[in-house]
Design a protein around this ligand. Structure first.
Ligand code: UDP
Ligand code: MG
Length: 333
């Protein structure tokens, strides 16, 4: 090897890692074996450390230096799963790119069937969860409900029960990299790109070690990003509610005036309080929806970089560095 080879590899694997130190050696062992089976000696595995608080980065570094074909990227802090994947995709050079979790919930051995399916022609083969028995009922139920809701809200055909575990062609990755949105919901963005996309069913396995990095807050954030990135329906909800509210107001006004004329105006504290509570809550809800969109416009307009990379490590950069040091020493003579 040595130096940056001009020829892109046949396959790149992008794995985001957040506190995965325990799982990583086993992940790399199984992933490298799967890569060897389909693209022997012609692949790279990009491990993106997303601001882990455990020994993930030292572990990635050691793995990257121990053998060729492994590249470690260290983000400056925790940017979140979607941006960690984005960083890996921007760096991947392969003709095909696999995105996979590092916790072994997505079996690396599925690479073979994914590659075979892509040979049939599609630009994207996404792995769809047939079962996720290993996960908590709450997560399964909310995920089930969310994907179905999302499909109703958006015009884009975002596949249900599908995460970011997928194989993509070079041209899809290039198009994805060219999308400048800050608030990234990658599975939706890939669906938005269109073209021929196929699915492959699989059973999601339990985590190899550690615990989920997706806190409830992160999950809620991703869920809102999915809706705001692909639908303006919530914004139009205010208009629909205004019409319903106006009709209600007319009916109420007729009733109030009639009651007054009939000389039996109600004492009315309870009804007044209820009306005020109801309409102020609806108004706040509409403001909240507006806020979700305006906040995203604000972030987008600032145009900050999506993520920052602190360090890139591979056996090639190591040998380049060693060569550079040697040259410097030689140059001084
Ligand atoms: N991950 C990440 N940054 C985060 C959270 C998670 O890079 O802030 C990685 C994590 O290491 C794993 C993948 O994203 O490889 C999926 O995360 P996790 O397993 O925690 O989510 P779950 O499978 O429970 O939905
Ligand atoms: Mg997981």
């Amino acid at each position: 090897m040595g130096g940056v080879s001009a020829m892109p590899p046949r396959l790149s694997v992008v794995a985001p890692c957040f506190n995965e130190a325990v799982a990583l050696p086993e992940f790399v062992r199984r992933m490298a074996a799967a890569c060897e089976a389909v693209a022997p000696g012609d692949h790279e595995i990009l491990l993106v450390n997303d601001g882990s608080r455990d020994a993930t980065w030292p572990c990635i570094k050691a793995l990257a230096l121990s053998r060729p074909g492994i590249v470690g990227l260290n983000l400056t802090r925790n940017h979140g799963h979607q941006l960690a994947v984005t960083a890996g995709l921007a760096r991947a050079r392969g003709e095909r790119v696999l995105v996979i979790d590092a916790d072994l919930q997505d079996p690396p051995e599925l690479l073979g069937p994914l590659m075979a399916k892509m040979d049939e022609g599609p630009d994207v083969v996404y792995a769809r969860r047939r079962s996720r028995a290993s996960e908590r009922p709450f997560k399964r139920a909310t995920a089930w409900l969310y994907y179905r809701l999302l499909r109703r809200l958006t015009e884009v055909d975002i596949p249900s029960d599908t995460g970011d575990f997928r194989l993509m062609s070079r041209r899809i990755v290039e198009r994805l990299n060219a999308m400048p949105e800050q608030d990234r919901f990658l599975r939706g963005m890939v669906a938005w790109l269109g073209g021929a996309q196929s699915e492959l069913l699989y059973d999601r396995e339990p985590r190899f070690a550690g615990q989920t990095g997706y806190t409830l807050a992160k999950m809620a954030g991703l869920a809102v990003a999915g809706v705001t990135s692909f639908s303006t329906l919530p914004l139009r909800l205010a208009g629909a509610m205004a019409i319903a509210g106006a009709l209600g107001a007319v009916a109420l006004a007729i009733y109030v005036i009639a009651a007054f004329l009939a000389g039996r105006a109600a004492p009315g504290w309870t009804s007044l309080a209820l009306i005020v509570i109801f309409f102020s809550t609806v108004q706040l809800a509409c403001l909240g929806i507006l806020g979700a969109y305006v906040g995203r416009i604000f972030l987008q307009v600032k145009g900050r970089p999506l993520y920052l990379i602190d360090e890139v490590v591979s056996s090639e950069t190591a040998s380049d560095e060693a060569a550079a040091r040697l040259e410097a020493v030689v140059g001084r003579r």
